[in-house]
Design a protein around this ligand. Structure first.
Ligand SMILES: [Zn+2]
Ligand SMILES: [Zn+2]
Length: 271
């Protein structure tokens, strides 16, 4: 049984055309009890005019999701969420913005370093794979330090999806162990979680974001908050590979995943 899917995009995201009602109906059909709609909001990104725009119109988005929540409340618990594309200088801006709306759940995701999206070739042009990864993880650490109004850190090491495709999926965990430990300790000290993002399997990386080592390490260091998200941009990907995520968590002794209401955490037993 799928307990919840906490990372879902709809047509409010620049890179999805999925209809919100189709998402809700699919969740009900799959027997999912709880979903978080987490559309993209990425500010201060250097993109060409004809590139995708990841700005989210909150004055349209928030009332739409609240209406949806009310409409489906008998069958489905819908959380008002957002995936905020954080950068080290955007913490305060993000905090102020999020406080203005009744969000249940916020994913903090680093998609951008030096104002370049990590899937843009401009980001990779002047760097080796290691240099790109150094910058990316350092950006996460600084963002976690500077940002407060979020629930979990999104797809913590998904940068392997881009650049250096000969080593697809591979993260040099030894090289980044100290930096990743600092990120995880900071998250834990701030009462923040991480997500297991199952899209890595769909992107042929045969792993979750983040990798098993990082998930294990988060719990070893005393972390307790984890959500599982498909990062679906179409309804047919809802809940994909969640059984594998539950089995993995059980194999490392984790018995609970998290739910969020108005940014407050509670726990649900994995069955
Ligand atoms: Zn993302
Ligand atoms: Zn996403």
């Amino acid at each position: 049984m799928i307990i919840s899917d906490y990372h879902i995009h709809s047509s409010f995201s620049g890179d999805s055309v999925e209809d919100l009602n189709r998402i809700c109906k699919k969740a009900i059909e799959l027997g999912i009890k709880e979903i978080a709609i987490t559309d993209h909001m990425d500010l201060d990104v250097k993109v060409a005019e004809d590139d995708l725009n990841f700005y989210l119109n909150l004055d349209e988005y928030v009332p739409t999701i609240l209406k949806l929540k009310e409409f489906y409340k008998k069958d489905l618990d819908i959380k008002l969420g957002m995936e905020f594309g954080v950068q080290k200088h955007l913490g305060e801006i993000g905090d102020e913005l999020i406080k203005k709306y009744p969000f249940d759940f916020i994913i903090s995701s680093v998609h951008t370093v030096d104002k370049l999206l990590v899937d843009q070739k401009e980001f990779w042009n002047d760097k080796t794979r290691d240099e790109a990864h150094d910058k990316y993880f350092f950006e996460i650490l600084k963002s976690v330090e500077n940002f407060n109004q979020f629930s979990v850190q999104g797809h913590l090491d998904f940068i392997t999806r881009y650049g250096g495709l000969d080593k697809k999926g591979f993260i040099d965990y030894i090289r980044y162990q100290d930096l990743i430990d600092s990120i995880l300790k900071k998250l834990i000290s701030k009462g923040k979680g991480i997500e297991i993002n199952t899209s890595g399997i769909r992107y042929n990386e045969n792993r979750f974001y983040p990798c098993d080592n990082i998930i294990k390490r988060y719990f070893e260091l005393g972390g307790e908050i984890i959500t599982i998200g498909s990062d679906s941009h179409k309804a047919s990907d809802l809940g994909k590979d969640f059984r594998r995520a539950y089995d993995f968590l059980e194999s490392i002794g984790v018995k609970y995943i998290s739910s969020f209401d108005q940014l407050d955490v509670s726990f649900k037993k994995i069955k």
